[in-house]
Design a protein around this ligand. Structure first.
Ligand code: GLN
Length: 466
């Protein structure tokens, strides 16, 4: 699939389509909400912005590459004046007071937001069923889940309801739904894109991530959103990635993969066979392939969930109905907090808050939380050693194919284990991309920290040989 952004840009410039007609077309596609991807439509804002783009074109003024391009936003990003619900009852009526940096940069480049997208509440989930707006349906088979937590965003891109969408990835929430719906999804290096205005789930792994149908569109959108932001002290400055820089395979000699991921009993037979076929095709192109040792899935998943739950329990403690959210009055202030939170948070979110407070509490923190931090350090050290030996690590995105709608809700533990291949790279804060080829749920390409360019470069090579 070629760049949609370049194609639409040409059509706008040559007046084959008007921006208003383009935006109206996307709004008409989104409105029936067949896949439950829409939390709110930004129709008034989008049409107003479109008429300005049309006026510019009519005046003979030049427009930027992203100007007039319709995109979607996971409903966890602040966009001033729009509802930002995190798919929760608690924030059902909350309107953003300001705009997230990443989104502001896209607005400044002229891109047009058309929809706030359905997702797992506060990013808590792997299926986009933990939402008050109805389970997101998979773009390919609507009986299956859309994936999560950025399910609405991935499905909108896959169905061409948006040209690209901005998801959020804490432990796989861009990569996994991208894989489930056969589109590209990138979790950049932690800090490459400012988190300011992205509702905090687990601050130490939260990343802004683009989802699109082509690698080129991922590259364009990534470049626009990247950069140091004084409002996020973990953000850093990076150089733009040029198309010419990713068009060869220079510097890529050795590919690694984790033996235990592929030898695990939990992996689907077909996913395993397809992954090994991909490895053979890479070898046939003259690259070296190395099998690497890595932590067991159970260790990765329990370390990730220990830290993610601890961080989300802290981050969500501000949501007590005082400054934000649906306040439910009770007999006294303490009761008001309790009732507001227990009535308005979902079961899954409450499970995580309870778990998180438990692992942080006196008497448990040393045994559980600090231990998880120590294992995280070992995971990072392991990655550092790996990248002395290999240039890229390749893995399946998920061990299994997307479950049927309803199944994950019955078995939260199975849902957590389905994140086995994505969460490790999040703990390492590494750049990782879902390429929608290779296995039914795609392949994950990971590079060393800040080496997002190499990830795109390898994806560009791999997409042509699979
Ligand atoms: N499925 C993982 C979780 O529930 C990842 C979610 C995410 O990246 N937001 O924590």
């Amino acid at each position: 699939m070629d760049s949609q952004i370049h194609k639409i840009h040409q059509q706008l410039v040559s007046k084959d389509i008007s921006c208003t007609a383009l935006i109206q077309e996307k709004l008409d596609l989104l409105k029936p909400n067949k896949h439950h991807t829409v939390n709110s439509l930004l129709d008034t804002l989008a049409l107003d912005l479109a008429s300005k783009v049309d006026a510019k074109i009519a005046n003979g003024e030049s427009i930027g590459l992203l100007e007039g391009i319709p995109f979607g936003i996971k409903d966890v990003y602040m966009v001033q004046g729009t509802y930002t619900t995190a798919s929760s009852n608690l924030l059902k009526h909350y309107k953003s007071a300001y705009t997230a940096t990443a989104i502001q940069k896209l607005l400044d480049a002229g891109a047009i937001p058309v929809v706030k997208e359905n997702c797992d509440s506060f990013g808590h989930g792997s299926s986009s069923e933990n939402t008050i707006f109805g389970a997101v349906k998979n773009a390919i088979d609507p009986n299956l889940v859309g994936g999560g937590s950025s399910g609405g965003s991935a499905v909108n891109v896959a169905k061409d309801y948006t040209v690209f969408s901005i998801g959020g990835d804490t432990g796989g929430s861009v990569r996994q739904p991208a894989g489930y719906n056969k589109v590209y999804g990138l979790k950049p290096t932690y800090g490459r894109i400012s988190r300011y205005g992205l509702m905090a789930y687990a601050s130490s792994t939260d990343c802004v991530g683009p989802i699109a149908k082509s690698l080129e569109d991922i590259r364009i959108v990534l470049n626009v959103m990247s950069g140091k932001d004084i409002k996020d002290q973990t953000s850093y400055d990076s150089k733009p990635i040029f198309e010419s820089n990713i068009s060869n395979t220079e510097n890529i000699k050795t590919i690694g993969y984790f033996k235990n991921f592929i030898e695990s009993d939990a992996i689907d037979d077909q996913v395993k066979a397809d992954f090994l076929t991909a490895i053979e095709k890479i070898k046939a192109k003259g690259m070296q392939v190395k099998a690497l040792d890595f932590f067991e899935s159970e260790t990765l998943v329990s370390t990730y969930y220990t830290l993610a739950m601890a961080e989300t329990a802290s981050n969500l403690s501000r949501l007590d109905g005082t400054n934000y959210g649906n306040r439910i009055e009770a007999e006294n202030l303490k009761e008001t907090y309790a009732v507001t939170r227990s009535e308005n948070f979902s079961e899954e979110t409450k499970r995580r808050i309870v778990g998180g407070n438990q692992v942080l509490s006196q008497g448990f923190a040393d045994e559980i939380y600090l231990k998880a931090l120590a294992i995280r350090d070992q995971i990072s050290a392991n990655f550092e050693n790996d990248f002395k030996e290999v240039d890229i690590i390749l893995s399946p995105v998920t061990p299994n194919t997307p479950p049927k709608i309803g199944d994950s809700l019955k078995d939260p533990l199975a849902m957590y284990l389905s994140d086995a291949y994505t969460v490790g790279f999040s703990l390492g804060q590494l750049p990782t991309l879902t390429l929608p080829q290779g296995t039914t749920t795609g392949l994950q390409i990971t590079g060393a920290k800040t080496n997002d360019e190499l990830v795109l470069k390898f994806a560009n090579f791999l997409k042509n040989i699979l």
